[in-house]
Design a binder for this molecule. Structure first.
Ligand SMILES: [Zn+2]
Ligand SMILES: [Zn+2]
Length: 134
């Protein structure tokens, strides 16, 4: 175990993994996340800047949540995230839906869970004809 200073309150704590936040700050952050999510639910077409100002969270924090796909920004102009593969604007995550699908096809086999999901889906959605036809 490693002792590090919390990036939120600067207190020393036993660091395990992920963000450098003590359990207390993590809890606070979770509360904040709920607040932000409620705020977005209540306010349609809200911009990231507005969320940051009204909920008193930093833009980088919102950015983290979007990267983690916990938040979704609808506003095209204010969604300044770009697909890491093709550069198209994305609302959440690191890749656009097309690249995500492509990457899943390419890398999905490396992840056991995806494999199971993919197989299930294929059975259900894809007609058998497709494999036979040229
Ligand atoms: Zn802390
Ligand atoms: Zn893309």
């Amino acid at each position: 175990m490693e002792v590090r200073a919390c990036s939120g309150c600067r207190r020393l704590f036993n660091y395990l993994a992920g963000e450098v936040l003590c359990p207390e700050c993590k809890k606070k952050q979770e509360t904040k996340f709920q607040e932000v999510r409620n705020y977005i639910d209540e306010h349609e077409n809200v911009t990231m800047k507005q969320v940051s100002e009204d909920c008193e969270v930093t833009m980088s924090q919102i950015e983290n949540w979007i990267r983690e796909e916990r938040l979704h920004v609808e506003d095209e102009e204010n969604a300044y995230f770009y697909c890491e593969n093709c550069g198209k604007t994305v609302h959440s995550g690191r890749y656009c839906s097309m690249c995500k699908r492509q990457l899943l096809n390419e890398l999905g086999d490396a992840l056991g869970m995806n494999k199971v999901q993919k197989r299930k889906k294929r059975k259900k959605d894809t007609p058998r004809m497709r494999f036979i036809r040229r």
